[in-house]
Structure formats: C-alpha cells, structure tokens
Design a protein around this ligand. Sequence first.
Ligand code: PMP
Length: 470
Amino acid sequence: MHLSQAQLNPVYKKMSDINDLRNKMDAVTLEMINLLKTRTNIAREIGEVKKNIGKSISDEEREDNLRGKILQLSKEIGLDETLASKFLNFLLNESIRVQSENKQTHLSIFLKAKSLEQKGEKIIHMEVGEPDFSPPEIVKKSLSEVFDKGFMKYGQAKGMPIFREELAKYVSKKFNVEITHENIIVSPGARFSIFSAISTLLNPGDEMIVIEPAWPAYKDCALNAGIKVRTISTTLEEKWEPSIEQIKNTINPNTKMIVLNYPNNPTGKILPEKLQDSIIQLAKENNLYVLSDEIYSQYAKINWKSILSYNYEKSIVTQSFSKSHAMTGFRVGYGIASKQIIEKMAKLESLCLTNVSEPIQYVAMKALDADTSNNSKIVQKRLDMLSSKAKEMGLEFIIPDGAMYIFAKINQEGFDGVEFANNSLERGIAVAPGEGFGNYKGFIRISACQDEKTLMEGMHILGNIMSEKQ
Ligand code: PMP
C-alpha cells in the first residue's frame, strides 16, 4: 500500500490545507480587486452624467436603499452587519472620491482669480473668507521682539506651555467656562485641529454627520480618513435649521461624530438655543463626539452659546486667530477638548509637524491682549450694507446672524453657481459657487471681506451680470 506524504505526516497535511485555503483566499481577493475596478469605472461614468445634468454627488436616499439591501443580505448569509456596513462605507467613499475630482469650490475660484491677477487683471474678491484689515498693532511689535525673547526652538506638539496657559485663561473668561492648559492644543489654523480631531477620533468605516451647507473641509477630512459622511441638507425655506428628527433618523450604530459650525460658513446662521440644546442632548444620548467649529464666534451678531458651555466630555471646539484677529497668514488656531482627546490629537500633530512655529505662537499669545471688537463692528456694518443691496437686487437669503457671508439664492431658471462664478471672473469679480458647500447649485456666497466701496462696486457688477442673464 502506498501512503501519501500527507497521510504519513499530519503536519504536512495541515500545511498543504493552509496553502489550498490561502490560494482560494488570494483568488477571492483578486476577484474583489477586479470588481472594485469595474465598480470604480461605473462610479466615474455616473459622475460624468451627474455633472452633465447638474445632479449632486451624494444621494443619501439611494445609499440608504443599498445599505438596507446589504444589511438584509448580511443577515441571510450570516455576515457581521457592522463589518458589512463599514465595507459599504468604504465603497461609497470611493465613489464620492472619483466623482469629486473636479469639484469647484470657493478655493478653486480664488486660485483662478489669483492667476488672473498675476496676468494684470483686476479682480474684486468676494469669494474668499479672508478679512482685508490688518492684524492688531501689537502683532507687529511682538514680531520684532520675538527673536530677543528666544522663542525659536522645537517645542511640545500641544503648544508652548505659557501660550496654552494664556489661551486657557482667555477661553475661560470669554466663554465663561473652566478650561485648563491640558484642554488646549495649538494648531496651524483651526483647519489642522479639525483634521486631527476627525482623523484621530474616528476609524475607517465610522460615520460622521455634517449639516449642509457647510465648509467643505469637514467632508474632505472625513473622506481622506475613510470616514463616511452622512449629510443633513438644510434649506433656506427652513431658515437653515436641521430638525431633530432628521438628525435622529441619520444616527445608526456606526455614527460617531456630529459636526456643528455656528455662526455658520456660508449661511451666517446661529441655531436657536433650544435646538442647539436638543442636538447636544441627542449627541450625549448616542455617545457621539461633537466637533464644534466656532471660528466665527467673534462675529456673532445675535445671542450665541459656545458648545463648551455644555461641559460635554466628548466635545471638541476649534478656534482660530485667522478671522477674529485677521491673522490668516500666520496659520495659528487651537482646539479645546478633554485632556484625553487633546493627547490623541497631539500625537498626530507631533507626527505631522512637530509643533506650530514658536515665533508664531509667541505673536499669537501677544495678540490675545488686543481689542478686536472693532473688527466685529466693521464686518457687521458691511454685512448690513451687503444685505440691503442684495435685497434690492432680488436675491433670496436670510439676514446673517453672524460670520462674514451672505448665502444667496439666485432666482433665475437653471442658474448654475459654478458657471456663474467662472464667468464672473471675466467681469472682474470673484464669488463662491454654492455647490462648494453642498447641493446648492442655485446659490452663491458673497464675502464681506473688502471695504464698503469695493463691495458696492462688486455688487454693482454682479447686478449687471444678473440682469444680462435674464
Ligand atoms: N472653519 C471654517 C468654517 C472656515 O471658514 C475656515 C476658513 N475659511 C476654517 C475653519 C479654517 O480656518 P484657519 O485659517 O484657522 O485654518
């Protein structure tokens, strides 16, 4: 009788079994890659069609439909539903990624405007959120003294201890809360705190809720980290207010964070206090992180309450010197959260950039002493003026409760904000297309970041372009 190697040696048999299984697994994986390629091609084709007919990239209803089918199938075949849902989230994000390749936002218009200026064209910038006024005078003085003060070495990722102490005092006083330096991380702009909060607190396949219209970076940070965004689209008719029902219906076991941004970019909205209270309550009940981007708090015109005042241990508030102190180019902002969250964010910051430049931290620390109330007055006056002019021109919008913008609907058949913004560049004005902030093709955002005379000139040109189109 002839016995095979496997029969003679049980260990050999096990090894050959593993090899068979591994080969099968490899074949399945390769097949999945082929299918992924097919799926990506289809997504790209859908993207082209959507662009042609002016349809938005995300379609929550269709996604939910597919999610339902996948959960049903998972049940039938005995696959873990959370795993299936995470895998679906990965696939959905890939579709969004390929379809977003040519997305136009206020930044792409800004860059086009800049290159036209380099060629000698004159452009009125009403697209970008960058205050035209100078940083406080004390910034100039502290820039000249920083060398002698010796702030110029490597430092802690979280920021210079002395600056964090000062920020803690400043925040505690300004927002009537108790914050210590352990709750603060200094970052290069609020943008990086937003990026690090999303990237470190959430995992691929987790879900994050964004209320649109919204500054596009929240979604982009999530997409970059493999996190699925669930969008809640608010409307002008509903005064840009999400309903608690809408938010409730969006939460599922994978939901880990909700992003808030009030005063809002682009609408200028501040939520009624009761609605904000209910959102925080809902977040607490569902153990969600609340990422509250409050960089326009300096420009709140009506009563506004910081998320810090809820004392919720899973909240992260982002702040910046960019808008309040007109220090966009200094790239300095900060995050405020529990010590544990700050530690996590600091790890990523340390990995990416060691720390924010010490001279810049010193200058920002000094800027905390400046009285910036005049900046708020200037922006408010401009917004009032822009609002009355926009009304006169027949634009539809809500009077901003704060921030630096008007988000207006253009009442023209088939109006396309992207096309309009691109064409307007040729006429010497730059505005931000609504599409950069969500599914708002018929809207444009107008910034109050120029002096009144320039803004008026810009509105005049805008009016001319609009009346020619009718
Ligand atoms: N959040 C919002 C809502 C913004 O509009 C911006 C900039 N336009 C930022 C964050 C980024 O600010 P920073 O310059 O501090 O990175």
